[in-house]
Design a protein around this ligand. Structure first.
Ligand code: BES
Ligand code: MN
Ligand code: ZN
Length: 486
């Protein structure tokens, strides 16, 4: 959606929104409004909306008052987002195309105002391109917001945040696309389109090149698919020249049937978003590149489709990864780690990164452990885990550290190869992380973020409707701001 700034009231806007702190009433409101708020028990809690009608200069306007909660609430920025999101949710399909956001007496700082706008924009996103027979009342009507009376500095703060919103939206788009539309090659093509002219460098490996590099682990996963596998790297050198980049690596399984170890039918459609890690990396890179982040970065995506077929790999097969380590594939449904093994190794060989953060919808067990509130973080470096946690708390992309160690590592030893791709029943998310760690060389600082419970939501949330959340983009953007740019 479009967000613009203006010095004066846009004549066309018949809906005006104002924000208010908890327990306060905006000055100069009509009696019908103040008494209406009272009788509707409007308190100004974050995200609470009261709507009334007022007459201004002979014109009847819809006036929406939205609460941003207590001024001293430690979740102040999140509350501001919530207020913006509440406005978008209420008016998205209301018939209103444009509204005026009057911040003149809001008392908000520029940062708080930008948070309100971020909430409006992110919550208003929806992807309806395949719905050709929607009734008018179902369609999104809200297209733009015009901000009037913004505190000084809001426009600059928003210019910056708008790039982050663009990244979140791109991630959501990639995650929402079905697997017949979005497969490894079309994922690459879409990124090539979106990054054109941004100054980022895109590197693509096809199957022949991966074969030459010895990526038997990644390629094994794609054997059953008619779609060719790809590796995509997006490089951005916005930092000091010669400084080692920070690498983001994403699991991009564009559809995960489980392969020969096939998954049960009900719910299998969810596995179109098994590329959510790669989607987060692509969107984060778009945000960072668009806002010209002052950091050297590379985003690497392992793109593969996992299908059952006469050519598919079998349980018990032994594959050789690019690192030379061999893997007994006991379960073809534990494919994400096989893809990441080669993507992680190649990333280190090719870019010698200073640190690596990988994102993957890796295990169902992660959802059992943490539900949909926190992603799981597995790290060999305390500072990295701490930085991720802080960035998560600040942006709402929350994450919680999980343990790793030698006692878990030995659970994936194999009698026939260097390791097997599954552990036992216990600690499924941890043994998956241990597997990945075997592909991290020289103690490079590394964090694995299992986002299985975070990329998709069955119900509307903070700044999203049902569906793709865009998890990871704001986390990485903030991580880069806090640790590489300051
Ligand atoms: N993509 C799945 C994990 C997943 C499941 C993510 C549900 C989101 C929702 C992954 O490839 C997988 O199938 N993992 C298996 C591992 C098992 C075979 C060791 C799992 O979690 O069941
Ligand atoms: Mn799987
Ligand atoms: Zn998977």
């Amino acid at each position: 959606m479009k967000i613009q700034f203006s010095q004066s009231r846009p004549q066309v806007a018949r809906l005006v929104a104002q924000v208010t702190d908890k327990g306060k009433v905006p000055a100069g409101l009509d009696k019908a409004m103040t008494e209406g708020m009272e009788s509707a028990r409007f308190k100004g809690n974050a995200g609470q909306v009261f709507e009334g009608f007022v007459e201004r200069e002979g014109q009847v306007l819809r006036l929406a008052i939205v609460g941003v909660g207590d001024k001293n609430d430690e979740a102040r920025l999140a509350n501001c987002e919530k207020a913006g999101a509440a406005l978008a949710a209420k008016y998205q399909t209301s018939g209103v195309k444009q509204f005026e956001l009057d911040l003149s007496d809001s008392g908000l700082s520029s940062e708080e105002a930008a948070s309100v706008l971020l909430g409006v924009r992110l919550r208003n996103w929806r992807y309806d391109i395949y719905r050709t027979r929607m009734k008018d009342e179902q369609k999104v009507t809200l297209e733009s917001a015009t901000v009037v009376g913004a505190p000084e500095g809001t426009e600059a703060a928003w210019d910056d945040m708008a790039h982050v919103a663009t990244g979140v939206e791109f991630t959501r788009e990639l995650i929402t696309e079905p697997a017949n539309i979005l497969y490894p090659e079309s994922f690459v093509a879409r990124c090539q389109q979106r990054f054109e002219g941004t100054g980022a460098e895109l590197i693509v490996l096809d199957e022949a090149e991966m074969e030459k590099l010895g990526m038997g682990s990644l390629l094994g996963v794609g054997l059953g698919s008619e779609r060719e596998s790809r590796i995509l790297a997006i490089r951005w050198n916005g930092g000091s020249s010669g400084e080692a980049p920070t690498a983001f690596v994403g699991k991009g399984v564009t559809f995960d049937t489980g392969g020969i170890s096939i998954k049960p039918g009900p719910g299998m459609e969810d596995m179109k978003w098994d590329m959510g890690g790669a989607g987060a990396v692509a969107g984060a890179m778009l945000a960072l590149v668009s806002r010209k982040a002052k950091a050297n970065l590379v985003g690497v995506m392992g793109l593969v489709e996992n299908m059952p077929d006469g050519k598919a790999q079998r349980p018990g097969d032994v594959v050789t990864s690019m690192s030379g380590q061999t893997i007994e594939v006991l379960n073809t449904d534990a494919e994400g780690r096989l893809v990441l093994a080669d993507a992680l190794h190649w990333t280190q060989e090719e870019f010698q990164p200073a640190r690596i953060l990988d994102f993957a919808t890796l295990t169902g067990a992660m959802i059992v452990a943490l539900g949909h509130e926190f992603a799981g973080v597995f790290a060999n470096d305390d500072q990295l885990a701490k930085d991720l946690h802080e960035a998560g708390e600040a942006t709402g992309d929350r994450n919680w550290r999980m343990p790793i160690g030698p006692a878990y590592d030995k659970l994936i030893n194999s009698p026939i190869a260097d390791m097997k791709n599954i552990g036992g029943k216990a600690a499924g998310s941890i043994t998956a992380a241990q597997f990945l760690q075997r592909f991290i060389a020289n103690g490079t600082p590394w964090a694995h973020v299992d986002v299985a419970g975070m990329v998709w939501s069955d119900k509307p949330g903070r700044t999203w409707g049902k569906g793709a959340t865009g998890y990871g983009v704001r986390l990485l953007d903030r991580f880069v701001r806090n640790t590489l740019e300051s």
